[in-house]
Write a protein that binds this ligand. Structure first.
Ligand SMILES: Nc1ncnc2c1ncn2[C@@H]1O[C@H](COP(=O)(O)OP(=O)(O)O)[C@@H](O)[C@H]1O
Ligand SMILES: [Mg+2]
Length: 294
């Protein structure tokens, strides 16, 4: 297939995926997240090492689930429970029709966000947010990414309290926490009382097949073919980390263009690997090659 797609659109070593057609593998993990949606009281916590593809998976949920209202925010080190939820609710914008004053049949379209319904005195706590979420009468998932960056311990226990509250009282809303960690305890601390409401979704490094799919999918979109021996070698180099597959994909596209070919075979890949190892400035990239070719 030949398209106008540029290599830098398909292979994005430093940005998460945000389109389903550029997303490879992860069928099991996606299935488990989606399973939680119809079930009140189940909230997916997605955790794993940095760079395995957690954000990418969260990003494509919106496209995969057009009937679900998906709102996603990122956290940072200065966040509190209040600042996270103010951001989520602000981003949860919607429009509605309202009778125009003075004209019996005419309607006007109004835009607002859930933030407008947050009423509180003093600090925003779990019950204030729960009250706003009670207004949501359609399936919705609120995704809070990079939750590992939140250092405020109250934010974690408040988040757990909110999940408990929503589990008991709200059939429509799912809250998903996403972050770097080896376990959910690393993300939210010890909270046995909410354990049964949390669906633990570990994102392991990718399988060789998934890594190969990144290359074949991307190369298909670019009209390039990669022989299977090269795919095997890429899977070995990437060692489960999609970032490397994207770097290699970019190099493949560049080399094919330079050599005016549509096919990446073993010989061309070997010469590519050698020149990249000396030329490329990306340190990790060079290391990947050095390790694999030692
Ligand atoms: N399923 C996937 N298919 C293709 N590329 C992926 C996939 N998951 C992650 N990537 C790529 O891997 C890199 C890291 O992904 P990201 O979602 O940012 O990881 P994390 O959030 O776990 O740190 C990015 O370059 C992204 O484009
Ligand atoms: Mg991420």
């Amino acid at each position: 297939m030949e398209t106008d797609v540029q290599p830098s659109e398909v292979f994005t070593p430093s940005a998460p995926i945000d389109r389903r057609d550029f997303f490879a593998g992860r069928i099991r993990q996606l299935g488990r997240v989606i399973e939680t949606l119809p079930s009140p009281g189940w909230h997916p916590i997605i955790f794993g090492q940095r760079g395995v593809g957690k954000t990418s998976l969260a990003n494509i949920l919106r496209e995969l689930l057009p009937d679900v209202w998906a709102v996603k925010v990122n956290c940072d080190g200065s966040d509190t429970f209040a600042s996270i939820w103010e951001r989520v609710l602000q981003k949860a914008s919607f429009s509605f029709k309202k009778a125009a004053f003075g004209f019996s049949k005419a309607q006007i379209e109004k835009h607002t966000s859930l933030r407008a319904f947050l009423s509180y005195e003093g600090a925003i706590g779990p019950s204030h947010v729960a009250q706003v979420l009670d207004l949501v009468k359609t399936k919705a998932i609120f995704i809070i990414d990079e939750f590992d960056r939140v250092s405020n311990s109250e934010a974690k226990s408040y988040m757990v309290d909110l999940i408990k509250n929503v589990s008991d009282n709200n059939r429509h809303v799912t809250i998903s926490l996403v972050g770097v960690g080896e376990s959910i305890t690393e993300l939210i601390g010890e909270h046995p009382s909410v354990q049964r409401n949390l669906v633990q979704i570990e994102m392991p490094p990718m399988s060789d097949e998934e890594i190969k799919t990144i290359i074949t999918k991307g190369c298909d979109l670019l009209g390039l073919r990669v022989v299977s021996a090269v795919l095997d070698e890429i899977a070995q180099l990437a060692n489960g980390f999609p970032h490397y597959a994207h770097l290699l994909g970019l190099s493949i596209a560049r080399a094919c263009k330079l050599h005016e070919t549509k096919k990446m075979d073993t010989k061309l890949f070997q010469s590519l690997a050698c020149s990249l190892a000396v030329e490329d400035a990306v340190e990790t990239y060079r290391n990947a090659f050095t390790v694999a070719h030692r």
